[in-house]
Design a protein around this ligand. Structure first.
Ligand code: COI
Length: 355
């Protein structure tokens, strides 16, 4: 099949013992690529149907130099994590939400996309095939990265004539090398992340390279990451390069609305629900940057980042310090979320999917 032209299909079906582990220093994981055993590849034919996908040995994939994604950025990606429970079972968290988001993003980028069933089944297959790379309980997770690209050749600006969906996986622990230390953020007031009518609300690959400039500038100034403002008035906070943002004031938790320019985070959506269950009033509304500078507490959410406390925000030479530590909201939400994801807290919502 055409999938076989892209990679070497696996010679043997993966048959990994439940208690088998890859040779990894589990205590030294960060958030970087560790090549695992298998990737998953599924191609889409001209009639917009995805053929049956296939597990292949981990390695490079072959692409036309004229692939639409390479010149014109036609692509979307996802991220989700697999946790290993004490009893060896592998747990996924709301993978259908990733599937739906990929479909919405693909539609925005003029691409066909796998069905929800195809997506979730593929994620399960890649996790199972790479199961010896899922860290031991408490040592992190296997990060799963599904990607959908315009792989067919096109010279003129047009949707690619062919699409490829692939997934790879890498064992990870903390996204920021500082671990759970509070984040120091810099409010960007020159470069924008997303614009009204743009693609900021979907996980288009084109949303990410443009933030690198602001990120590296902030890093050079000693900050960990960047908080972006709305591109119209540079007045309301939007999100951080790799995660959503929440503020706490008294009993009210607020986050900017995911209405086009803000990535509709699955952790964001989950934390909104968990915070409500914990008795907080949760508001999705515009948050002026002046208001965030007056918050009691600020935290970020994302699949890679988790729920991370913000220690300081610097805006136009003003540096504000926020409450962090055990008496704050962030660790409560974090431990509830992690408890559910890792099977330590009963999942009453049907969020956890066992592989
Ligand atoms: C995730 O949180 O999973 C993402 O995809 C964000 C990425 C910048 C690591």
């Amino acid at each position: 099949s055409s999938t076989q032209q892209l990679c070497k299909p696996s010679l043997k079906s993966p048959n990994v013992r439940d208690d088998e582990y890859a040779d990894v220093e589990w205590d030294n994981l960060g958030f970087g690529i560790v090549p695992t055993d298998y990737i998953y590849i599924m191609k889409c034919s001209k009639d917009d149907n995805f053929e049956e996908g296939q597990l292949c040995r981990y390695g490079n994939i072959e692409l036309s130099p004229a692939a639409g994604v390479l010149s014109y950025g036609q692509g979307v990606y996802e991220g989700t994590k697999v946790y290993r429970k004490e009893d060896g079972r592998l747990l996924l968290f709301r993978p259908d939400e990733n599937a739906i988001r990929m479909r919405i993003g693909a539609e925005r980028m003029c691409m066909p996309s796998p069905s929800i069933h195809q997506f979730v089944d593929a994620v399960k297959q890649i996790a199972q095939a790479n199961r010896r790379w899922v860290p031991p309980p408490g040592k992190g997770s296997l990060y799963i990265r599904p990607v959908l690209i315009g792989s067919g050749p096109t010279l003129g600006l047009a949707p690619a004539p062919e699409y490829t969906f692939f997934i790879y996986a890498s064992p990870v622990q903390n996204y920021f090398k500082e671990g759970f230390a509070p984040l120091n953020l810099y409010v960007e007031d020159e470069y924008d992340r997303a614009s009204l009518g743009g693609t900021g609300g979907v996980k288009s690959i084109t949303n990410y390279a443009p933030v690198l400039k602001a990120m590296s500038r902030a890093k050079n100034r000693g900050f960990l990451d960047v908080l972006y403002l709305d591109s119209v008035n540079r007045k309301n906070v939007e999100e951080v390069s790799s995660c959503n943002v929440f503020i706490v004031k008294g009993n009210v938790i607020s986050t900017p609305p995911a209405a086009g320019t803000i990535l509709a985070g699955i952790t964001r959506k989950t934390v909104i629900e968990i915070a409500g269950d914990h008795g907080y009033k949760v508001e999705e509304r515009s948050i002026p940057v002046d208001e965030i500078m007056d918050a009691d507490e600020v935290f970020c959410t994302g699949t890679a980042v988790g729920v991370a406390p913000v220690g300081t925000i610097t805006y136009q030479n003003k540096r504000k310090e926020f409450k962090t530590g055990i008496d704050t909201v962030c660790p409560v939400l974090y431990s509830t979320l992690m408890g559910i994801k890792t099977g330590m807290i009963e999942d009453k919502k049907g969020w956890v999917v066992e592989i």
